[in-house]
Write a protein that binds this ligand. Structure first.
Ligand code: ADP
Ligand code: MG
Length: 183
């Protein structure tokens, strides 16, 4: 499948896109988010968490590497998937990744990994790779972090979706992108 590109003019659009994306997610899905510091990875994950209806505030896992948000309990008693939010920024080897023991998460939860590229390919064959970039504004990651702290990181983000594996074959990501553009 070819890449799908989405333009997100502000943080609200990033969250809304995350909520829409959550609509196609199911237990066992893996999302790999890449992009510089301040690109919007955590903001997108917040939208996904809201869309899934999971409990707990989705935040940058500063000291915690992986945080589990329990899934939505529906009125009929069934439960939606947990959201496992991983920040791999501080991880430096595949051993450290394997120590997180993500196997059960990769089967039963929606797993979102920030900074996953480079190692996460080794743990799953099916995944949705989501690259966030900042076409204008800050030239470096350090600048981006500063801008993000100062004014909420003004400037649109461009998101590129790349589906890898059978799981995503029937998922119409382009429709999601069009919905985001129309919003
Ligand atoms: P990361 O997790 O990639 O380091 P964050 O999600 O913490 O980045 O986002 C950094 C900042 O960028 C936040 O202040 C957020 O509100 C802002 N932001 C997110 N998406 C957009 C967007 N589409 N346009 C402008 N600002 C955005
Ligand atoms: Mg983050």
């Amino acid at each position: 499948m070819s890449d799908v590109v989405v333009r997100l003019p502000d943080a609200q659009a990033t969250r809304a896109f995350g909520r829409a994306l959550a609509g196609v997610l199911r237990a066992g899905d893996l999302l790999v988010l890449t992009g510089d510091l301040g690109a919007g990875k955590t903001t997108l994950t917040q939208g996904i968490g809201a869309g899934l209806g999971v409990r707990g505030q989705v935040a940058s896992p500063t000291f915690i590497i992986a945080r589990v948000h329990p899934g939505l309990v529906r009125e009929d008693g069934t439960q939606g998937p947990d959201l496992v939010h991983v920040d791999a920024y501080r991880l430096s080897s595949l051993d450290e990744v394997e120590a997180l023991d993500l196997d059960s998460s990769l089967e039963d939860a929606v797993t979102v990994v920030e900074w996953g590229r480079g190692w996460v390919e080794a743990i799953a064959t099916d995944r949705l790779e989501i690259a966030l970039t900042r076409p204008r504004g800050a030239a470096t990651a350090a600048d981006a972090a500063e801008v993000a702290d100062d004014d909420g990181g003004a400037g649109e983000r461009v998101v590129t979706l790349r589906a890898v594996g059978e799981r995503w074959a029937g998922v119409d990501l382009a429709a999601l992108a069009r919905a985001a553009d129309d919003a």
